[in-house]
Design a protein around this ligand. Structure first.
Ligand code: MTE
Ligand code: MO
Length: 556
């Protein structure tokens, strides 16, 4: 069950500073404190000065005509299916979060501009510090799969489960309105706010209300909480999730703005998760406190017969199955990575191929949007070839372009510059979670394709780096020829109107703006046109796809 790490891997997976840590900006702490004290305090003030709002007709929502009784089988099923997938989604989400354990409200992700961080590490400003170094350990009990640098597998779980979660939700909503079950969930009058507050005053002052049986009717705060989880949290989770995609961000620039910006969408995505957790804790506590056996009978068996333990027992089995699956998922994550990666490609990868992967980037960021900070990633090349070239400012650099082409060429930087130049201001999205906006200047890949005339059998273009991957071996990645032909797909020698720095990928780096950062090879040594990514490396389309199980191209 526990994966075996080599010493080199251990240094990555069990770093010294892996202890749990939560750092929040003082203003965020203040906001939380004021909210907490304010709300509980107001309830107490009302209680102390005006007494409890005891009148049940005020404290509890009146029963509506035709209100449904009990839980039909589809509600019970979707409740537990939801539970099962939510556990997987939350735990894999935590694992993804820890790959860049900082959250921001701004797109530049500047050091120390995070409002919360889950790492004790202060970002060193006196040396190049990469996002990979910054990734943190998360305990596999909390995260799926947990440990460090497992964002690839964590994404597999996240994206593999999301469609089922969404489908389950869609079926539930459909049946809710198809039957009269919506009446117990959807408030039909603003009176609900007033009523919910009154119920809250009871709870907050430990005067637990005598509940109308949830089998027949929810109290106002219960109704509001369930309504919020189903009709606010779930859609918000999906919408903010989509807002993090580079293909969406660099195509529909207005969309992430609905949530402020790309990083606030990520922060809201996190806060939705926290809200889910708070809800689950309170929900489960109250289920226990208000009659566990009875309540489990309701939601498992759909029966209100007193004294029956069947619901409780079956409920426990469902929970054990969910926990058991967590162990299985952990085992799969460390022993069947490749199968998981392929499974993801054959489901969501296919969906992406025909949807977001088709979007073309649109360059309408402006100069003023360029972020003052841009994280670094990757290992600087160690090769003497590259170092020698760098010493001479790449005057002797020749980009080699070959493979299945009619006209293989070797081009110096000056040759490339003569062939044309495009300048784009775009947002970079690292798979780990950070972003940055920069100007990139360079030659459109379409010009290179025009020049070398690839064979008609070519589907894929491979870009090889002077640098190595995390565990050694040449860093490379591939793109479909279709994506290379898109606007904003360039070989860049300029960043923010300056020559590309050594750290950011000199002499040349790739920009393909509907893709994630790991696909944008830095320190490019050569380009190869091939029939299929299967013939390169381990055959999965890139160094990170090979070694870290990052997202596959659906057709690779
Ligand atoms: N050669 C090479 N290129 C690479 C990487 C790498 O490790 N090696 N990392 C990739 C990743 S994960 C990201 S997010 C971007 C980071 O680019 P930056 O350092 O200019 O921000 O480079 C990509 N290109
Ligand atoms: Mo990245």
């Amino acid at each position: 069950m526990i994966p075996h790490f080599t010493a080199a891997e251990k240094a990555v997976h069990y770093p010294e500073d892996r202890r749990a840590y939560l750092g929040m900006k003082p203003y965020m702490k203040m906001i939380l404190l004021v909210l907490f004290i304010g709300i509980i305090g107001a309830a107490w003030l009302q209680y102390l000065f005006f007494g409890l709002p005891i009148d049940p007709s005020v404290a509890f929502l009146p029963v509506q005509p035709n209100e449904p009784e009990g839980f039909p089988v589809w509600i019970r099923l979707s409740h537990w299916v939801n539970f099962f997938f939510l556990m997987l989604i939350i735990r894999s989400g935590l694992s993804i979060l820890y790959d860049h354990p900082r959250l921001y409200w701004n797109n530049s992700c500047k050091p120390n501009s995070s409002w919360i961080r889950f790492t004790p590490v202060k970002i060193p400003l006196d040396r190049p510090y990469t996002a990979k170094e910054d990734a943190r350990y998360i305990n596999p009990i909390a995260g799926l799969p947990g440990y460090k640098h497992t964002v690839g597998i964590a994404r597999v779980w996240h994206f593999l489960t999301v469609p089922f979660f969404v489908l389950n939700g869609a079926i539930f909503i459909f049946l809710l309105f198809f039957t009269n079950q919506w009446k117990r969930l959807v408030p039909v009058s603003w009176q609900i706010i007033h009523d919910a507050w009154n119920v809250f005053v009871h709870y907050a002052t430990f005067n637990f209300p005598v509940n109308v049986d949830g089998f027949y009717h929810y109290n106002a705060i219960q109704q509001l909480a369930y309504f919020g989880v189903i009709f606010i949290l779930a859609p918000l989770a999906m919408l903010t999730g989509i807002a993090m995609s580079p293909a969406i961000e660099n195509r529909f620039r207005w969309y992430p703005k609905l949530f402020g910006n790309r990083q606030s969408a990520r922060s809201i995505h996190f806060l939705v998760m926290i809200s889910y957790c708070v809800f689950i804790i309170i929900h489960v506590s109250l289920v226990g406190a208000t009659g566990l056996v009875k309540n489990m009978n309701h939601i498992v068996m759909g029966s209100d017969s007193p004294g029956s333990y069947t619901g409780l027992y079956i409920g426990i089995v469902i929970i054990l199955v969910t926990v058991g699956f967590a162990f299985l998922a952990h085992w799969l994550s460390w022993n069947k990575q490749r199968s998981l990666q392929k499974l993801q490609a054959s489901t969501n990868g296919k969906i992406w191929k025909y949807t977001i992967n088709r979007f073309k980037a649109k360059t309408d960021y402006e100069k003023k949007d360029i972020t003052s900070y841009f994280w670094l990633n990757g290992k600087m090349p160690d090769s003497s070839d590259w170092k020698n070239l760098a010493e001479n400012n790449f005057a002797d650099y020749k980009l080699k372009i070959g493979g299945l082409v009619e006209n293989p060429v070797e081009l110096s930087l000056d040759d490339l510059k003569e062939m044309g130049k495009e300048q784009n201001i775009t947002m970079h999205h690292c798979i780990q979670g950070w972003s940055g906006i920069a100007e990139w200047g360079g030659l459109p890949l379409s010009k290179i394709i025009e020049l070398v005339k690839p064979d008609s059998s070519v589907t894929t273009v491979a870009f090889y780096s002077f640098g190595e991957g995390m565990y050694g071996g040449v860093y490379y990645d591939t793109h479909t020829i279709g994506n290379c032909m898109k606007p904003d797909s360039i070989l860049a020698w300029e960043m923010n109107y300056e020559p590309l720095s050594l750290e950011h990928g000199a002499p040349l780096r790739l920009r393909v703006e509907n893709q994630l950062g790991y696909k944008m090879v830095k320190w490019i040594e050569r380009i190869e046109f091939v029939k299929s990514p299967k013939d390169l490396g381990k055959g999965f389309g890139g160094k990170n796809e090979d070694d870290e199980y990052f997202d596959l191209m659906a057709d690779s």
